[in-house]
Design a binder for this molecule. Structure first.
Ligand SMILES: [Zn+2]
Length: 286
């Protein structure tokens, strides 16, 4: 028996697929998708034990290339954010190796981060100071209430077992008028509708799948939605080829990855800004 949908209060769900071994349900009213039952805490801990999602920090493309792609991507996000807030305390939830915080600090924000990977914590503490970076999950006692002018949640909310608790915590931590930035997979995108269950964003550690409408609806009781649009990541063609070559189930994509590998470096190293099936939402605390 499912409880009421946390976005719309509905309780009419239909099964729309299987992600690994976990059933994927969709709310008939607001189209929120979620894994139910989700992986256990032990299963998730095992996935996160050695985890740098999407970017592959240790990949053959090299740490320099990954840093360059992340910095370009996050500068694109921050271009939009600084239309609404230009200074103050800035929290990156899941700050990984600190590229977002470095970009924000360069613009004049005071960088703070939380990160579950010990390796990421050590890297960020070296860059930003022991007192700025906290290991583990975001929890209420770490920072004072009304402390942040901006909180960034890039590729985070889809992982949360209790999104309502996180929303309450974010509201507590943000100043009145503070800015919340969310990027997350978008089930409304063409890529999801075309690829269906083969959509690369469907993976067992992604417990929740929003679209632009239901995410806006969820936030709208406490936030004014300023922007909700496609998120664009800056990736090199060489890096995309590398991801495709790891493909296990779709041989055509894998083959295309090997073709890309034959392109000259001057093409493969150039960054291109592409829509990767994610949304970017910027919202202001009421
Ligand atoms: Zn719903």
């Amino acid at each position: 028996m499912q409880s009421a949908c946390f976005i719309c209060g509905g309780s009419d769900y239909r099964k729309v697929g299987i992600v690994d071994e976990f059933p994927l349900l969709e709310c008939a009213n607001c189209q929120l998708q979620f894994l139910s039952p989700p992986p256990s805490k032990a299963q998730l801990d095992a996935i996160y034990a050695n985890y740098y999602e999407a970017w592959g920090i240790h990949e053959e493309a090299g740490a320099d290339m990954v840093t360059e792609m992340k910095t370009a991507t996050f500068n694109g996000y921050l271009d939009l954010v600084t239309r609404h807030v230009k200074s103050g305390n800035f929290l990156d939830v899941g700050c990984a190796t600190g590229e977002m915080l470095a970009a924000a600090a360069k613009l004049g924000f005071e960088p703070y981060g939380v990160e579950i990977s010990p390796e990421g914590v050590a890297t960020c503490q070296t860059k930003f100071g022991m007192d700025r970076i906290h290991g583990g999950y975001l929890q209420r006692e770490i920072f004072p209430s009304n402390f942040f002018a901006c909180i960034m949640m890039s590729d985070v909310i889809e992982h949360l077992p209790d999104p309502e608790a996180m929303k309450a915590l974010l509201l507590d931590l943000l100043q009145p008028g503070g800015i919340l930035v969310i990027s997350t997979p978008d089930t409304g995108t063409l890529s999801r509708r075309v690829m269906q269950r083969h959509w690369p964003q469907y993976k067992e550690e992604h417990l929740l799948y929003f679209n632009r409408e239901n995410l806006s609806r969820w936030l709208s009781d406490s936030f004014n939605i300023l922007t909700v649009d496609h998120a664009r990541k800056c990736l090199s063609l060489g890096y995309i080829g590398q991801i495709l070559r790891r493909e296990k189930k779709r041989p055509l994509l894998k083959w295309f990855g090997y073709i890309i590998d034959k392109f000259p470096n001057i093409i493969n190293k150039k960054l291109i800004r592409i829509h990767f099936g994610e949304l970017l939402c910027i919202a202001k605390k009421i």
